[in-house]
Design a protein around this ligand. Structure first.
Ligand code: NAD
Length: 352
């Protein structure tokens, strides 16, 4: 299969590309703008492999996307390119509208042009898989879980821009017949996760004896999924999902943020003791994020029942793999972390 993957230098995209190139034998063209969140080093095991190609480009550049489709002739597009960090969207929403909304539109149009050029058999087999988030559904009370029919209720600039992109993708199916698929997934964690996100930030701060920031009272609940389980779900949806369909993806692993941070502390105390007692001493509560959704939880019954997919990792097994990966792969995170702190000193981050 020939698959065009947008955002393939990011956290989830690079895990997907490693799986497709190294284990599934697919031909992959990665299209990525290499923003602060994209890093070609995450794809170093794929570089030079037969079938792997990389195009540095902005998905909102419709002409370049049309050329990429014409030259690569994909059987499928897997669309992961996005601005993805909620705090950054609060500080400045413009890049989120550009990439998530305008970029998705430009990519849909390029994909539609390519799809119309295919012969009937290839046209029927073509798929456009749009990767989205459970944050489009808003916040839950203490009970219940998001299903595929939960009404949209986005509450941050990030989730609003992702909701807009989901609607565009569904409209391209309903209006033009493009064989689209949408997945809405819960919070991912795992190797190659950018160091500003909660779990890597906690691992790396704890290793360096720095404060571990927890928003509000730490009681916000997220439903965690190991990134390789997300990748196996995406491949299942691509192969067997119903065109026009939506699938919620989650690991049935709800945890309070404070419990996540405590688990990481305890794992590091076991795997890399610092001789100064429990790292829980570093936990620091900070002012809550505006509009911070209280609880997200995914009901993955549809993808489990219809496609036979199930998360392979529990939160406990996945988080231990993740902590061990950060301990073993300083070559990857150290330069990113130093850049980040250099940026903070210069007042370049968080909209300052
Ligand atoms: P990420 O921020 O790690 O990676 C995004 C990638 O997109 C980067 O490589 C970046 O360079 C690229 N990119 C950004 N703007 C671009 C543009 N205009 N043109 C081309 N490339 C561009 O994100 P991620 O965490 O890997 O998330 C991937 C997708 O999955 C996103 O669509 C996100 O909304 C969705 N998602 C993420 C999570 C999560 O927990 N991380 C959960 C559910 C859904």
């Amino acid at each position: 299969m020939r698959i065009l993957v947008t955002g393939g230098a990011g956290f989830i995209g690079s895990a997907l590309v490693r799986q497709l190139v190294l284990r599934e034998g697919a031909a992959v063209l990665v299209v990525d703008k290499l923003t602060y969140a994209g890093d070609r080093r995450s794809l170093r095991d794929c570089e030079g492999r037969p079938g792997f190609a990389f195009l540095e480009a902005d998905i909102a550049d419709g002409e370049r996307m049309a050329t990429a489709m014409r030259e690569f002739r994909p059987d499928a597009v897997m669309h992961l390119a996005a601005e993805s960090h909620v705090d950054r969207s609060i500080a400045g929403a413009a890049p989120f509208i550009h990439t998530n909304v305008v970029g998705t539109f430009a990519l849909l149009e390029a994909a539609r042009g390519h799809w119309l050029d295919l012969d009937p058999a290839a046209r029927a087999a073509f798929r456009f898989l749009h990767i989205s988030t459970d944050e489009v559904f808003g916040s839950l009370g203490p009970e219940g879980a998001f299903t595929e029919t939960t009404p949209y209720d986005p509450r941050s600039p990030y989730s609003a821009s992702k909701a807009a992109s989901d609607h565009l993708v569904r409209a391209w199916h309903e209006t033009y017949g493009l064989p689209t698929l949408v997945t809405n997934c819960s919070n991912n964690y795992g190797p190659f996760h950018f160091p500003e996100k909660l779990i890597p930030l906690v691992i790396l701060n704890a290793l360096e004896g720095k404060p571990l920031p927890v928003y509000g009272d730490g009681a916000n609940v997220r439903d965690w999924l190991f990134v390789e389980d997300h990748v196996s779900a995406l491949i299942a949806v691509l192969r067997r999902g119903r065109p026009g369909g939506t699938y919620n993806v989650g690991g049935r692993s709800e945890r309070r943020n404070l419990a996540v941070v405590e688990t990481v502390c305890d794992l590091l105390d076991r795997l890399a003791p610092d001789g100064q007692g429990s790292r829980r001493r570093l936990i620091t509560f900070v002012t809550d994020r505006p509009g911070h959704d209280r609880r997200y939880a995914i009901d993955p019954s549809l993808i489990e029942g219809e496609l036979g997919w199930r998360a392979a990792e529990t939160f406990e097994s996945g988080i231990e793999k993740t902590v061990r990966w950060y301990l073993d792969n300083e070559w990857w995170w150290r330069p990113l972390r130093e850049q980040k702190y250099a940026g903070e000193r210069l007042g370049l981050l968080a909209g300052k």
